[in-house]
Design a protein around this ligand. Structure first.
Ligand SMILES: Nc1ncnc2c1ncn2[C@@H]1O[C@H](COP(=O)(O)OP(=O)(O)OP(=O)(O)O)[C@@H](O)[C@H]1O
Ligand SMILES: [Mg+2]
Length: 278
């Protein structure tokens, strides 16, 4: 049974997409079967993975069917594309902004439990394919929306991404409160918090440690990941060019090695933190 994980925070631009994709990438390299499910109409994780395919294969990956169309046809399998061995993508596209309207028309307010039906719809579409994967990682927008609700409804584990700035801590706390509200509201929701992942805004700033300490006070020491994601300019290049890989891309240097080593370590910590059967 796949473990379904959401990387979340209600603040934008804190590294949700970057960390979702890099963890998925390293888990796939370790031999786990992984699906990245891009539930954000911004389609950032889709673009990053499509560019990665292009960089590593010297050819363009053509998306034949958008996820929105597949959802309308009630079969998401034909929309899934393969990025590299063990790593698949359910790609987003700008037409995914129509998903809330689609749900509102499919589950009108006279439908019993229409709010829950809307949130649960995607979970049902995932069911026929989820046993093909060890991990399914959802990328979500920074908003309290049906997109995020859809992912949380389906998920087993939440990683709260905390960039070391006050607004990200505020966003993490708001997200935590929303998680508790959802958990209490719907019996079908049954996720655990895997932890709070610190992402450094700068590598040499005193405020970083203070924010991490404040987060320990709010969430508990055990909740803070041991792996801390450093500020690495190379990650920004990945957004534009795709992820470099030893032996597969012409560019691969010690900056890439550093990124991969760190995310390899984070993937190990995610494996451990999502291993509890209790
Ligand atoms: N550790 C890091 N070091 C340097 N840059 C980073 C790091 N993590 C993310 N970034 C950069 O910060 C920007 C925002 O990251 P990302 O898109 O992952 O955030 P997000 O939370 O998914 O944003 P949104 O809320 O819009 O979905 C990107 O340009 C990304 O390359
Ligand atoms: Mg994002």
């Amino acid at each position: 049974m796949a473990k379904k994980i959401v990387f979340g925070n209600f603040k934008g631009g804190v590294g949700k997409t970057t960390n979702s994709v890099m963890v998925a990438y390293e888990l796939a390299k370790k031999g786990f079967k992984v699906l990245v499910c891009d539930l954000d109409p911004q389609a950032n994780s889709t673009q990053l993975l499509i560019r990665t395919y292009g960089l590593q294969n010297n050819q363009e990956l053509v998306i034949q069917k958008t996820m929105m169309v597949a959802i309308q046809e009630k079969n998401i399998k034909p929309a899934i594309v393969n990025i590299m061995p063990n790593l698949d993508l359910l790609p987003s596209h700008k037409d995914f902004v129509d998903y809330p309207d689609f749900l509102e028309l499919t589950f009108l307010p006279n439908t019993p439990n229409y709010k829950e039906e809307r949130m649960a719809f995607f979970t049902k579409l995932l069911q026929p394919i989820e046993n093909q994967y060890d991990y399914i990682i959802f990328d979500v927008p920074p908003t309290l929306s049906i997109f995020t609700g859809t992912a949380l409804y389906s998920s087993d584990f939440i990683v709260i991404v905390l960039q070391t700035q006050q607004r990200s801590l505020d966003g993490a706390e708001a997200f935590w409160e929303y998680l508790q509200t959802l958990y209490n509201e719907y019996d079908a929701i049954d996720f655990d918090i895997a932890g709070v992942l610190p992402v450094l805004l700068k590598n040499d700033s005193g405020i970083d440690n203070q924010i991490i300490k404040d987060a320990s006070d709010s969430f508990g020491d055990d909740m803070i990941f041991t792996t801390i994601i450093k500020h690495m300019e190379r990650l920004k290049r990945y957004d534009r060019k795709g992820i470099s890989e030893e032996g597969y891309t012409s560019v691969y240097d010690f900056h890439d090695r550093k990124v991969h080593e760190l995310y390899n370590q984070l993937a190990d910590e995610i494996i451990n933190r999502t291993n509890s059967e209790d």
